[in-house]
Design a protein around this ligand. Structure first.
Ligand SMILES: *Cc1c(COP(=O)(O)O)cnc(C)c1O
Length: 378
């Protein structure tokens, strides 16, 4: 049996090696490293995949979030509603721009922002909501979009973990996550569902004016070279990464199926274990399982994780400290915000290996190791 890893990018690469090697070599041979045809082609192909009008590639997912917020014309002190139970990038960019993150608790079923708690957090300074489709599970976008409309707020979706997920809107339409709000943001970090071989990211929107602004901000605030209209940044997807992503995009739906199959295997076993809460599957959306995350109730997480490690099975806690308790936000006094579900989940979640290359033998080993451990502690 192969070593078990949280992600196995080497086996994945071996299956697409000829195409990847050729694509990378061709970028080098053409020396079109920056904004070459690969970037433009990838942009078009991702637009088609997402069925969205505009994709704007950029350097990484954190930049995508930052540029999205920059494009909304917010001023320092404006408030942005976001979950605390997320990767730090989501909330960090809010503070970086002089905006104030307003943390709202999450729904214990979906791990995503609890839409029923958003309205209570809205003030006259609130300008935007940044929901995160955590672990590949879509947030309750029907409710979030209704609240945003009612209060005239922008919606920036952090889709870094959910690229490829689809969502059933109240109006009957079925659309890709990230294209539901005003702007969607994605990361192509290697371990993401669509990962490149370095850093990469993208924004997407159906709004022509926003797309133009985003493109300008990501390119030093210029539309015409050397004429800088607004303060921007330099955030580009490089051509080698775009070439890799073009090949992997063709596999994305297969990759998602592979992840979902792993999740189903786990569900069947862990769903029968008292004290293990398996991931919720919403009827409104397709879970793309960036992570497979259990909630442990009455099971000692550290002991289980240590036991798994002793059997060479990795496991991870995403995330051990929620954003509102991070030292970087002590300035806002955000640790005083009451987020009981966030704090609870932080204490009990455990993510297991899930990736596109998992073998049945590995799954059988992981599940039987866990079942035996649970039985031995009874
Ligand atoms: C990975 C990730 C990001 C940041 O992406 P980078 O490409 O690493 O900058 C942002 N938000 C979430 C939820 C992520 O998982």
């Amino acid at each position: 049996m192969k070593n078990i890893q949280m992600v196995d990018l080497i086996t994945q690469y071996e299956k697409i090696k000829p195409a990847i090697d050729e694509a990378i070599l061709s970028v080098i041979q053409n020396a079109q490293f920056i904004n070459g045809p690969e970037v433009q082609n990838f942009q078009k192909e991702l637009e088609e995949y997402l069925e969205v009008k505009h994709v704007i590639p950029c350097a990484n997912g954190t930049d995508a979030l930052q540029i999205a917020l920059m494009s909304l014309g917010l001023v320092p002190g404006d408030e942005v509603i976001t979950p605390s139970f997320t990767y730090i990038a989501t909330t960090e960019v809010i503070a970086l721009l002089g905006l104030k993150p307003i943390f709202v608790d999450v729904d214990p079923a979906t791990f995503c922002i609890d839409a029923t708690k958003i309205e209570a957090a809205i003030t006259n300074k609130t300008k935007a909501i940044v929901p995160v489709h955590l672990y590949g599970q879509a947030a309750n976008m029907n409710a979030i979009l209704a609240i945003a409309k009612k209060h005239n707020l922008a919606v920036v979706e952090d889709n870094a973990q959910a690229l490829g997920s689809i969502y059933h809107l109240e109006n009957g339409k079925v659309e890709k996550t990230g294209t539901l709000g005003n702007i969607g943001c994605t990361s192509f970090f290697p371990s993401k569902n669509l990962g490149c071989y370095g850093d990469g990211g993208a924004l997407y929107t159906n709004d022509d004016a926003l797309a133009e602004k985003i493109r300008m901000i990501a390119n030093h605030g210029q539309k015409v070279k050397y004429y800088h209209e607004v303060v921007g940044c330099n955030s580009r997807l490089d051509s080698i990464q775009a070439a890799v992503l073009r090949i992997k995009l063709r596999q994305l739906d297969n990759y998602i199926d592979a992840r979902r199959n792993v999740a189903t295997y786990y569900d069947t076993v862990f769903g029968a274990i008292p004290g293990m809460k398996i991931p919720f599957r919403s009827e409104d959306s397709k879970h793309v399982f960036h992570q497979y995350t259990l909630q442990l109730e009455g099971i000692d997480r550290d002991a289980l994780s240590a036991h798994l490690a002793s059997k060479e099975i990795p496991s991870m806690i995403y995330y051990p400290v929620p954003a509102h308790r991070q030292k970087m936000f002590s300035f806002f006094g955000s640790a005083a915000t009451e987020l009981p579900v966030t704090d609870y989940l932080t204490s009990c979640v455990l993510s297991l290996p899930i990736h596109t290359e998992m073998q049945e033998e590995q799954l059988a080993y992981i599940t039987s190791t866990i079942v035996e451990y649970i039985n031995s502690t009874k």
